[in-house]
Design a protein around this ligand. Structure first.
Ligand SMILES: [Zn+2]
Ligand SMILES: [Zn+2]
Length: 250
C-alpha cells in the first residue's frame, strides 16, 4: 500500500472547519464583535479591544500579514518589521510544512487572495493553538493574530513597565551591556547565555553581555563581584541595539 499524505487543500479545509467551529464560541464568550476600536502593541504582544465604557486585553502571537496592495501574504517569522518575540513560534508551522511538503507553509511570502489570510490563520490555530483569532486592517495591510489568553490591564501594564524607550527603536525590551560595548568597535561579546534576535526569555532572565576586557576581570575575580562590576559599569540598552552590537562583534 502506498501512503498518501493529506493534500494541502484537504488539510487546509480541515483547519478552516476546525476554526469555524470554535471561533463563534470565542466571539460570543468575549463579545469581540461589540467593541468599536482596537489597538495592538508589538513589544508587549497585546491586543486591546475597547469602546467608551469597556475594554478587553489579549496576549497574541502574530501569524502574518496580507497586503491588499500586492495581494500577497507574509509569515510573521519572515517579517523583519515585526518586533514581537513570539513571532518565531510560527516557525512550528514552517516545520510542519517542511515535513508535509506544503509550500504555503514554508515560503516566507507568496501571492494569495482574500481567503489566504484566514486559511493560514486557521492552520496556525490548528498547529499552535489558542483561544481564538483576530484580524485588523490598517491602510492596506491585514494583520492576523492568534490570541493565546485573555489578560488584565494590570498584567499589560506590568509587561509594558519592563520595556525601555529607545530613541532609535522605540518602546521595546531592555538589555544590559558593559560600558565598553558599542556599535563602532569590536570589543568582544561575552554573554550570560546564548541568545538570538527576538528570543523568548524566562521571567528571571535578561539579555546580558560584556566585552573581552570585562570577561578577563570577571574571570580574575571568579565571577562577578563589586570590583569587576565597577569595571564593567553595566548600562541599559534596548534589545535591538543589543543585537546590532552583537552583530558587529561576530
Ligand atoms: Zn566591558
Ligand atoms: Zn535601540
Amino acid at each position: 500500500m502506498i501512503f498518501r499524505p493529506l493534500k494541502y487543500e484537504k488539510y487546509a479545509q480541515k483547519a478552516i472547519d476546525k476554526l469555524q467551529e470554535s471561533q463563534p464560541k470565542f466571539r460570543e464568550k468575549f463579545d469581540t464583535d461589540n467593541f468599536e476600536n482596537w489597538f495592538y502593541n508589538q513589544s508587549s504582544e497585546t491586543l486591546r479591544l475597547y469602546s467608551e465604557d469597556k475594554e478587553i486585553y489579549f496576549k497574541y502571537i502574530p501569524v502574518g500579514t496580507f497586503s491588499l496592495n500586492t495581494n500577497s501574504w507574509m509569515w510573521s517569522w519572515a517579517n523583519e518589521d515585526s518586533v514581537e518575540p513570539r513571532k518565531f513560534r510560527t516557525l512550528k508551522i514552517k516545520e510542519f510544512g517542511e515535513k508535509k511538503n506544503y509550500e504555503n507553509l514554508t515560503k516566507a511570502h507568496f501571492d494569495g487572495d482574500k481567503y489566504t489570510g484566514w486559511e493560514l490563520t486557521s492552520i496556525a490555530f490548528d498547529i499552535i493553538g489558542g483561544i481564538g483569532t483576530y484580524r485588523v486592517i490598517s491602510e492596506h495591510l491585514e494583520k492576523y493574530f492568534l490570541l493565546t489568553e485573555q489578560i488584565t490591564k494590570e498584567e499589560v501594564e506590568k509587561i509594558e513597565s519592563e520595556l525601555i524607550e529607545c530613541s532609535v527603536h522605540g518602546k521595546i525590551r531592555k538589555a544590559f551591556i558593559c560600558q565598553h560595548l558599542n556599535t563602532v568597535q569590536k570589543t568582544g561579546f561575552e554573554e550570560a547565555f546564548e541568545t538570538y534576535r527576538g528570543m523568548e526569555l524566562d521571567e528571571e532572565d535578561d539579555f546580558q553581555a560584556w566585552c573581552s576586557e570585562c570577561e578577563k576581570e570577571r574571570l580574575k575575580t571568579d565571577g562577578w563581584n563589586d570590583e569587576s562590576m565597577e569595571f564593567a559599569e553595566i548600562k541599559l540598552v534596548c534589545e535591538r541595539c543589543y543585537f546590532e552590537i552583537k552583530e558587529i562583534n561576530e
